[in-house]
Write a protein that binds this ligand. Sequence first.
Ligand code: ADP
Length: 255
Amino acid sequence: MDVQRIVIKVGSHVLTENGTIAKMRMLSLVELIVTLKAHKYEVILVSSGAVAAGHTLLPLDRENIANRQALAAIGQPLLLKMYQEKFSKFDILCSQVLLSSDVFDSTEHIDHAKVAIDTLLENDVVPIINENDTVSIEELVFGDNDRLSAHVAHHFDARLLVILSDIDAFYDKDPNRYDDAKRRAVVTHITQEELNAEHTPNNVFATGGIVTKLQAADYLMKRGREMFLASGFNLSDVKALLVDGEHVGGTLFKA
Ligand code: ADP
């Protein structure tokens, strides 16, 4: 079987619980990545959660952007330490790659970053990417790494971006507000109206909402790549798709 490169993005809502890092969920995510690696996937992880991790050490007011930058700087090493501990249970090395959005404006910088990512993956190391929030606050302010992960998938040549969210799929309307919302299993086109819909992040640490996920999906579909939106609380849908090839739940965006 050919090795398939994929990017998995996990949002802050999934990784945090009551203001701290949700350790069991992080372990489940690490176990998923270990399973996928055994099934011939190369996995790049894009992880939020640095601000929440920092907040457990120094409870600054998160409403303030400068404080969030500071919290990300404090929390990023702690977040990576937690990942390292969990991956080491499986004898797997992980690594930290901090990117700012302007990296993707320069082919030279993209090439440098890709060489590093390729080398990590060739050596069986899991790259864990996050925005470098001290120099670039785009995703910290808005996006929660949804956009960053789409750039990562495209420029580092992954076939598929998996977004693990607090929501288990894309619905025809917000399922947290409408009981009769219906899941869209496969989406082949995203309308302008959907792309311009109101941003409704629903958690103090999260800054994305469904719109930045649709923007990520649109960006990737226009470039011949795919995106899968599934639950980060229950990983059975993503396992079914990637390990068993069965699309049970979640939304596949595929042009
Ligand atoms: P995460 O923190 O996991 O990245 P967000 O909480 O930022 O995710 O965004 C997902 C939220 O978007 C859902 O909890 C849901 O309330 C909201 N939402 C709005 N419209 C929709 C829709 N059509 N389908 C799915 N979720 C939607």
